[in-house]
Design a protein around this ligand. Structure first.
Ligand SMILES: [Fe+2]
Ligand SMILES: [Fe+2]
Length: 182
């Protein structure tokens, strides 16, 4: 049976994809959040075929770069972005998995552990617009919304590519095995 590519841990996905960002300022902004014990559990959550922790850090990094370049509030943008999908599957299996509800769950969860500004809350709440009903109220929220879409597309394409190459290898293997018999 074919085993689909699915990275469960940071180590596993890190083997295939870049998950370390050598930027001291960025790392200083996210460290108080990512070192939280509950946040660390997102490494075990499957997200776009990879893990949720890597996805959130990826979105935070590129949001940081764009907002810093544009002289916007990049510190709060990075904090909001790194929390935008902060929920564990165990909280509410059904609700958490719906495209519409998870920003609300992520916001409630984030507020349990961190103090968040209005901008940071808006980034989390509105990151699924237009699927979610919350319209982004800040330019920074729009940026995270777009970066999240691009990151999701990149991650899904990557997983698809991995699975396709695995499937092709299997077909070639079966083909060769079949013809060897003749
Ligand atoms: Fe999300
Ligand atoms: Fe996301």
């Amino acid at each position: 049976m074919l085993k689909l590519y699915m990275a469960n841990t940071k180590e596993e996905s890190g083997y295939f994809m870049r998950t370390f960002y050598p930027n001291e300022e960025f790392n200083n902004i996210i460290t108080p959040i990512i070192s939280n014990e509950e946040y660390q559990k997102t490494k075990d959550c499957i997200h776009h075929g990879m893990n949720r922790y890597d996805h959130m850090v990826r979105v935070a990094y590129y949001s940081y770069l764009v907002t810093k370049f544009c002289h916007l509030n990049y510190v709060q943008t990075t904090r909001g972005a790194v929390l935008h999908d902060f929920f564990l599957d165990e909280y509410d299996e059904k609700k958490a998995h719906t495209l519409v509800n998870h920003p609300k769950i992520a916001l409630e969860n984030s507020l349990k552990y961190f103090e968040l500004s209005d901008l940071e809350q808006d980034i989390i709440k509105a990151h699924m617009f237009p699927i979610g009903k919350n319209l982004p109220r800040y330019l920074e929220s729009w940026i995270v919304n777009i970066v999240d879409d691009l990151a999701s597309f990149y991650e899904r394409s990557y997983v698809l590519k991995e699975n396709m190459s695995l499937a092709c290898s299997m077909v070639v293997f079966l083909f060769l095995t079949f013809f060897k018999r003749w």
